[in-house]
Design a protein around this ligand. Structure first.
Ligand SMILES: [Ca+2]
Ligand SMILES: [Ca+2]
Length: 107
């Protein structure tokens, strides 16, 4: 068993044209944090700790009134345990860019 510690999320560029984004963090499709209201330059401390086995997909979603936007997905693996703080980049959509810091602990 390995633990994923999601530390912070920074909005470098937001997705929505009007107002702030409503960002949800999911692990393997399950919401673990959010929605967080984030505009350009904003950051938020998430401090979310969740166990996983082998690897986990972390997805960032911007909630919208109609269809939500998927801002990107990264795969985090247990081989990253002990490396220290890493940064994942979510920039699947042209306008949006989010940076998420995390580390992986062997449990
Ligand atoms: Ca959006
Ligand atoms: Ca939105």
């Amino acid at each position: 068993m390995t633990q994923l510690h999601i530390k912070t999320l920074k909005c470098v560029k937001k997705d929505d044209v009007i107002g702030k984004d409503e960002v949800v963090v999911q692990m393997n499709g399950v919401t673990v944090s959010g929605p967080h209201k984030l505009g350009k330059g904003d950051d938020v401390t998430l401090n979310t700790l969740r166990p996983f086995t082998n690897s986990v997909k972390v997805t960032l979603i911007d909630e919208d009134g109609g269809k939500d936007d998927t801002l990107g997905t990264v795969t985090i693996t247990d081989t990253q345990a002990g490396i220290g703080t890493l940064t994942a980049f979510f920039n699947a959509l042209a306008g949006a860019d989010y940076h998420l810091t995390y580390d992986v602990h062997a449990a």
